[in-house]
Design a protein around this ligand. Structure first.
Ligand code: PEP
Ligand code: MN
Length: 290
């Protein structure tokens, strides 16, 4: 594990002095915890929903369908890190309204919520509705923000920045545990590399980080093949591969009409695709990991 280039990969000294809370205490150390009935580390957890909480009608329909299929959590962003500042009627964040619709979907269909917060002033609003607070890849190293989210003591999903090493990612997770908040879930969502094998694809799913993370940390790790592949036809195989690689959960963009999704329409799968994929993922998990 020790190498000639300290700072890039993880040394045994890092485990003791840089992220002692995140590091495994022994080979068998694995965090298991429950969030709204979902047992992280003990069962395969699925998160499903649209990229963006586009409308009340959309989020209620998705909640009903993904709950019925078996998803543990409804995902969807009301506050979105959109790459460019231009907006139109469709391509626009729903913000406070979106959080309210998520809350209605949660109550109506009895499905817990994971949603992103991007600004400190909205942490209390999001924490009231979210069962898990999502910290997006772009905020992964915003340390005061990590600390502020951690202080809510809500479970947190920390998405990996697409340019981050495992070492820097675990350093960011340590900031959350440092506040006494132990319910931290890592999420691999694709890394930025020179090749993605397709012009429409932005990132590359780093499946190797799953066993690499599990070698050094006790925290659960989830894979997000939707954001990583950016390309619907690859989502099924990469989801199955993510489970086979040892991921504790899979986050998926699911939309009733993917081609007309307001954001990233190339990546969501539809209800029928999720219905087919869900038991396939569960079967691989049961066969290899339980
Ligand atoms: C998301 O999950 O909607 C999202 C914006 O992800 P990321 O931060 O990984 O880009
Ligand atoms: Mn997204």
């Amino acid at each position: 594990m020790d190498n000639k280039f300290p700072g890039k990969d993880i040394s045994s000294e890092d485990l003791k002095s840089k992220f002692p809370l995140v590091a495994k205490k022994n080979n068998n150390h694995r965090s298991t915890f429950e969030v709204a009935g979902a047992k992280f580390g003990e069962e395969l957890i699925t998160f499903a929903g649209p990229n963006m909480v586009e409308s009340k009608e959309l989020i209620l329909d998705v909640a009903k369908n993904v709950k019925e299929i078996g998803a543990n959590f409804l995902r969807g962003g009301a506050f979105k890190p959109l790459t460019f500042p231009y907006r139109n009627n469709k391509y626009t964040e729903t913000r406070e309204k979106g959080i309210k619709w998520l809350s209605e979907a949660k109550d109506k269909y009895n499905i817990p919520i994971i949603t992103e917060v991007m600004e400190e002033k909205f942490i209390p609003l999001v924490a009231e509705v979210a069962d898990i607070i999502q910290i997006g890849s772009r905020n992964m190293q915003n340390y005061p923000f990590l600390t502020a989210c951690a202080k809510t003591q809500k479970p947190i999903m920390l998405k990996r920045h697409y340019g981050s090493s495992l070492r820097d990612w675990l350093g960011a997770a340590e900031y959350i545990l440092f506040e006494g908040n132990e319910k931290v879930i890592l999420c691999e969502r694709g890394v930025s590399v020179p090749h993605t094998h397709r012009s429409t694809s932005r990132f590359l799913l780093d499946l190797q980080v799953v066993p690499a993370a599990k070698e050094v940390t006790h925290l659960p790790i989830v894979a997000d093949p939707s954001h990583a592949t950016f390309w619907r036809p690859w989502v099924r195989s990469m989801s199955l591969a993510g489970v086979a690689a040892g991921a504790d959960g899979i986050m998926l963009e699911v939309h009733p009409d993917p081609e007309n999704a307001a954001v990233d329409p190339l990546q969501p799968i539809n209800y029928a695709e999720f219905r087919k994929l869900y038991p396939e993922m569960q079967n691989i998990y049961k066969k290899f990991w339980s």
